[in-house]
Structures are given as C-alpha cells and as structure tokens.
Design a binder for this molecule. Structure first.
Ligand SMILES: O=P(O)(O)OC[C@H]1O[C@@H](O)[C@H](O)[C@@H](O)[C@@H]1O
Length: 270
C-alpha cells in the first residue's frame, strides 16, 4: 500500500505521508522549507517529528498515558480521497480505536495544495452525529526550517497574552515587537492576528503564515538541553527549526450535530 503522496506544480513540490496526513517536505525551486528530524520515525510506529503534523482532537496532555499526547490524528493512517498534480485530499473518520480515546463520531477532510510560493492546508472538521455536540481542539504543528533559529523573528505577538510552559504555564504579556528565540521556548499565545511573518528562514527569506479559524499561535523550540530528552530529535536539530503552530487550543471549539468547522493555514515564501 501507498505510504506517501507527491505533489508538483511548476517550481513547487510537496510530500505528504498518509501516516498522520503529515506534510514532510515542501520545496520551492528545490529549497526545502520544512524541517523533519533525521531521528524521526517514518514507519508509522510514532508521530513524525517534523513537517506539519495535525493535532486533533486535543492539544498536549489530555488525561493519562492512555490518550496519545497531541491527539490521535497525527498517529493514524488517513485515506487518500482525491489527488491531482498539485493537490491531494485526505480523510479520517472515527473508528473503534479513536472512539476508545474519544467517544465521538467525526469526519476530517484535509486538502493540501501547492501553488507558486504557497502551501495551503485546509481542514474541514465535521460532526456527523444527529444529537451530540462535538468539542475539540485543532492545531497545525508546523516545523519551519531555518538556517539558525537564533536569527529568526516572529511578528504580530506584541501586547498579547500567552502562557509560558517553561515557567509553570504562568500567564505573561508579550512586550516584544518581534519575538526572537533565545532559549527554550514553549509559549501559547492567544487570539493572535491572522498573519505572522517569520524572518530569516531558508535562504534568508521571510515566510508568511496566514491562518483562519485558528485563533492561537504556539511557539516552540526545545533549545539544547531539553532536546536531549526527545528520542526523535538529534542533539543539534533545535538550531534548524522553529515551530509556529496555528491552532485553536486555548478554548475548545464546539460544533453542533451536522455542523462543520474549517481551519486553514497558508504558508507563503515571500
Ligand atoms: O514531541 P511532541 O509530542 O511532538 O511535542 C512537542 C512539543 O509540541 C508543542 O506543541 C508543545 O507546546 C510542547 O510542549 C511539546 O514539547
């Protein structure tokens, strides 16, 4: 059976694993824009450490070791529904396994499309139940490849509240115009604007992250010490990426019977 899907459109290429529907490669003129650790498992035995994993239906811990951290969508094989040269649509529906973690019916439809300098990810989250509301969290766990994480900046966060997981999850207000990564960073910013710019990405370029249906932004980099605690990271990987994770994780989204919710991310190399 097929493990990966390849897309091509002019100068752009992308690869998506059916495992987790994780985009693992996005190249413009041969230049890789995403980071995947060489230590990552790619055989379906764990989530992929890099690319764009999808976090659903819960961000982070959600009750004991039985429930997979960051949800089950990134560790489940999705099915391929449609494919053209430049786009592919994947689907994930509830199963006995997903209901054992989370007892809801659901259908996720995920379309990835490459066009010019843009990678578009569009998720439709559907509640097929006739009677039950469906509460969930959703997040694109994007690993942006960078030459040196110490030189990047992230715009659009000044004045916003965030919870800092490296400091007891306490709440702070961001006072920097441009956020830099100068140590271990694990911040959950809430209600952020729909556009953020990440500077000094591959080739010194700026990446625009545009989101809709995704109010929050998590910024994560483990830095050198914490890196060692991840078996799926190499010791120096932390320098080569920043995670800018567009999501709805502070407040759960609740959709009624028969409703759906659309969450979109567009990354563009400017
Ligand atoms: O190793 P994982 O499960 O992909 O998680 C990586 C990181 O993901 C981030 O989203 C979290 O904020 C971090 O706390 C976490 O360490």
């Amino acid at each position: 059976t097929e493990q990966i899907v390849n897309l091509k459109n002019g100068d752009a290429e992308a690869t998506i694993y059916l495992h987790g529907a994780t985009v693992t490669s996005w190249k413009i003129k041969g230049n890789e824009q995403l980071f995947v650790s060489e230590a990552s498992k790619l055989d379906g035995s764990s989530h992929i450490m890099g690319g764009v994993p999808i976090v659903f239906p819960k961000f982070a811990d959600w009750g004991g070791p039985d429930r997979p951290f960051h949800g089950f969508a990134r560790i489940t094989r999705w099915s391929l529904k449609n494919k053209s040269d430049n786009s592919a649509t994947f689907e994930l529906v509830d199963s006995e396994l997903t209901r054992s973690y989370w007892n809801y019916q659901f259908k996720l439809e995920y379309t990835v499309n490459i066009d010019g300098n843009a990678l578009r990810s569009c998720l439709s989250i559907q509640n097929p139940s006739k009677s039950e509301n469906m509460p969930f969290e959703i997040l694109y766990h994007t690993f942006i490849r960078v030459p040196d994480v110490r030189n990047i900046t992230i715009s659009g966060l000044k004045g916003l509240k965030y919870n800092d997981k490296t400091r007891n999850f306490d709440e702070f207000v961001e006072n920097r115009d441009l956020v830099q990564i100068q140590g271990m960073t694990d911040s959950v910013y809430r209600s952020t604007p729909d556009v953020h710019l990440i500077t000094n990405a591959v080739g010194g370029k700026t990446i625009e992250l545009k989101k809709s249906g995704l109010p929050d932004l998590v910024v994560w980099n483990p830095w050198s010490e914490a890196s060692k605690t991840f078996t799926d990271l190499k010791p120096y990987d932390w320098k080569d990426y920043v995670c800018t994770e567009a999501g709805s994780v502070v407040k759960q989204i609740v959709i009624g019977p028969g409703q759906n919710y659309v969450a979109t991310q567009i990354l563009t190399v400017l």
